[in-house]
Write a new protein. Sequence first.
Length: 170
Amino acid sequence: MDISYLNTDTLIRRIWRNYFFKDYADSFNIHPLLTTKEVKALVIDDAPIKTDELNFATRVIIGNYLGIGTNEFNSSKLAEQYNAILHVNGDYPPSFINAANGDGFPKDMQALSDKLTSYEVDNDYFYLDKTHGDIAHGYLANLRTDKNAQEAFKRLVQFIDKYTKGSLTK
């Protein structure tokens, strides 16, 4: 089976990190079936969270999800594991990174793109500022009617095509 790309979401960030960071996967006793060689490219939609920079309200939400208090973020190993940016290395696959201007994570996504670039990992960070209007989290779901979503999707497909065109098994 040829896997062309993985579509990631905030709730499954741990899963995709497990594919690329053996030590991280081992800490959860997880043994992925895919290797990094089998993943041609990633589509990352609001996946990394820089837990050390969260505002109080977001710390409450994420802290509840992680089972830690709002004051534990700076000292929590779990919160550190949750920040995917800390675990990026040069073995990362090419990545298309998307963020909406109306959610809380565009700076985190930019930091991920910068980290990938520092390792010379090809990536495309798609972000439209407020001059394009307010763009809500999950805006790609409005592909039929939203011009911003259509533009993002076009770039996403172009990026994936660069790494997968002709690689699918028939």
